[in-house]
Design a protein. Structure first.
Length: 409
């Protein structure tokens, strides 16, 4: 039966080539964009090569502070970290880190290089799974002794030094000299918490000074990996309790903060997403983008099917049931969507490869992934089924006599 559906589908497609071209264009463009977005989501949240503990990760990137006449957002300070975060139970690993949001420009023989560096503690390397091609990360000994060491990416190694085997060489960064002890593969800028060009130990002396001065706000972000089986709700509840019990200056009316999961953390880092207007506008645009092509393909399917009144009437007269008609046209719609999906797969991979080569998203390395293929396959089947459902139901209601007279009731 399905073999007959396939043959019939191709004959119908070739009957009206312009309709077919427009239909395939709408399907392939929509599916191509959905596949690219699916690949981005999969890369960040599913097959993330560096952040492999996402399901057990909590983030604390900002705190909100209210004063009498103003309120503002700041990064976490040492006093806040030691009193509120560090004592939390149910936690396996805690790390603090600080990213230089403004790149430092260094000059070498090949010209200027913009470098974004991140200060971290030793636990940072336990949380992330960086791919070291040379050397090792720094440890607590380097931090306690304030040794100026650095881990760099392949990009910095190649552009700054111009050769491999750079362990032990000196990197000048923001007028300070660092000994290179490790080299990792380039990290995509999409992975916002792991991304940097250079990683250096945080300054423990400055940290202790700020702790003694009870700095609630400073420059640090916090990463938490909870224990296997630990309750995230319990950790959040304890966090809130400790936050309320923390001593704060009298001129701080209130201090608010929340532990966020990976999706919430990514959402918060793009400040424009915090405006409800932009969220609603984005949802509206995405809905229009998805449903307009779907509506267009549905209308085209309906127009094509209306031309087949006599064929449907003949099938009904020979005993075909409404279910048979519905299954036939939904299968035809899915087959058309599969053809458009093949075009979309090719287009999506070309776009992803262009993103990789252009460094548009900062060293992203999108590769063929079986999960992305499954996502795409699911999108194709859903799209095809929805586009064919209404025409199929409409045609299944066709009365034989009406069809013979050229009408539909």
């Amino acid at each position: 039966m399905f073999k007959n559906y396939i043959k019939l589908t191709f004959k119908v497609l070739m009957r009206r080539k312009m309709f077919t071209a427009v239909s395939l264009f709408g399907i392939s463009c929509t599916l191509m964009v959905l596949l690219v977005l699916s690949a981005l989501y999969t890369y960040i949240f599913v097959s993330n090569p560096v952040e492999k503990n996402l399901s057990r990760t909590l983030y604390l990137n900002h705190i909100e502070i209210d004063r009498k006449y103003e309120n503002f957002t700041a990064s976490v300070g040492p006093y806040f970290f030691e009193k509120v975060v560090k004592p939390l139970s149910g936690v396996k690993t805690i790390s603090i880190h600080a990213l230089s949001f403004q790149p430092v420009t260094e000059y070498v023989k090949n010209g200027p290089i913009e470098i974004r560096y991140r200060e971290t503690d030793e636990n940072y390397w336990k949380i992330f799974s960086f791919d070291f091609v040379e050397g090792l990360p720094y440890n607590s000994g380097h931090i306690e002794s304030s040794k100026p060491v650095a881990v760099i990416t392949e990009k910095i190694r190649d552009r700054y030094f111009g050769h491999k085997n750079v362990i032990g060489e000196t990197l000048i960064l923001d007028n300070a000299r660092y000994k290179v002890i490790g080299v990792v593969r380039n990290v995509s800028q999409i992975l916002h918490t792991a991304f940097a060009d250079v990683w250096i130990p945080y300054n423990k002396t400055d940290y202790l000074k700020e702790l003694k001065a009870k700095y609630i706000k400073s420059k640090y972000n916090v990463l938490i990996i909870k224990k296997e089986g630990a309750s995230e709700a319990s950790i959040r509840k304890e966090f809130e309790k400790r936050l309320q019990q923390m001593d704060r200056p009298e001129y701080y009316v209130a201090v608010r903060a929340a532990l966020k999961d990976p999706f919430q953390s990514l959402y918060y880092d793009y400040y424009w997403l915090q405006d409800d207007f932009y969220i609603k506008m984005g949802i509206a645009l995405i809905s229009i983008f998805i449903f307009l092509p779907l509506l267009n393909v549905t209308n085209l399917n309906t127009s094509r099917i209306i031309e087949r009144y006599s064929e449907i009437a003949l099938r009904r007269s020979f005993g075909a049931t409404r279910k048979d008609i519905i299954v036939q046209f939904i299968c035809e719609s899915i087959l058309v969507s599969i053809i458009g999906g093949i075009i979309a797969f090719i287009g999506a991979w070309l776009i992803l490869m262009m993103i990789n080569s252009s460094e548009l998203l900062g060293y992203s390395n999108f590769k063929p992934d079986f999960r992305i293929f499954l996502n795409g396959l699911g999108i194709i089947f859903i799209f095809g089924a929805l586009a064919g459902l209404y025409p199929a139901i409409r045609m299944s209601k066709l009365q034989i006599i009406s069809a013979m007279r050229g009408g539909l009731k």
